[in-house]
Design a protein around this ligand. Sequence first.
Ligand SMILES: C[S@@+](CC[C@H](N)C(=O)[O-])C[C@H]1O[C@@H](n2cnc3c(N)ncnc32)[C@H](O)[C@@H]1O
Length: 269
Amino acid sequence: MLAEVLAWLFTPATLDARRTGHLTAAVSLWSRARRCRTDWASHEARCGAVVERALDGLPARRTCLVLGSGLMRDVSLARLAESFDKVILVDVVHLWPIRLTARRFPNVRLVDLDVTGTTDLLLGRATGLADPLARFRADPTIDLVISANCLSQLALTPVERVRRRGGLPLIRFPDLGRRIVEGHLDALRRFSARVCLLTDDEGLDVGARGEILERYDLLEGITLPPADDDWEWTLAPLGEAARDHAVVHRAHGFADFHAADARHRRAAT
Ligand SMILES: C[S@@+](CC[C@H](N)C(=O)[O-])C[C@H]1O[C@@H](n2cnc3c(N)ncnc32)[C@H](O)[C@@H]1O
């Protein structure tokens, strides 16, 4: 608890990230990641393997853009830094552990950015959603984009805030969560670079005897094309989030999201 308070106080986060609740969410995720590191190890290894497939046969390796980079637990920063001329890590908050790690690599840059474009709406400075990834789409040197397990997280803080506070954002965007998830997938589709997508899409509450107590959608009703790899991620073992059940997420890896999308469209026609 003390570590969390200190992290909240001393992380050089933007004032916006503090006001919107993104810093609080990032600190709590960091804390859970430390407690659950053994349970998360196989998920992180599966993510790493999908990224390796994404690197395979990539014709050029100038810039790699990582969205939702967080602590870079699920993607090896060392591997990316040695493979690309430049690596850009984008997250709404970068906590101290990743700031210190990134300092070891002169070709790594951190960008604090809300990739959903909802911050101005949430703080009453805009009436619509921004397109914060446009500037990266305009960068012709980006050869690989990795969306690193952020898709299912993106809507949580904005939707919770809008529901709690109501007002114009709720009237204008009653479907804000869906728009955020759809918006991120659309933004990925509009990159001409290869896109590697790592995401979970379903949560399961699993009882002590392995029985499924509840299933819930994590992507606001949006379905994904079939992935290159699928696995279960024990997000919270028994006793971590609840006494009577563990929380397990269905996770997916797309080494080349454009190709997965194209295969899916072909299969549908
Ligand atoms: C499950 S974590 C994955 C983190 C990271 N890939 C790792 O291995 O540590 C989800 C990440 O999404 C980030 N995130 C949530 N909302 C965001 C937003 N609006 N813009 C950018 N990043 C966001 C969080 O800060 C967090 O780092």
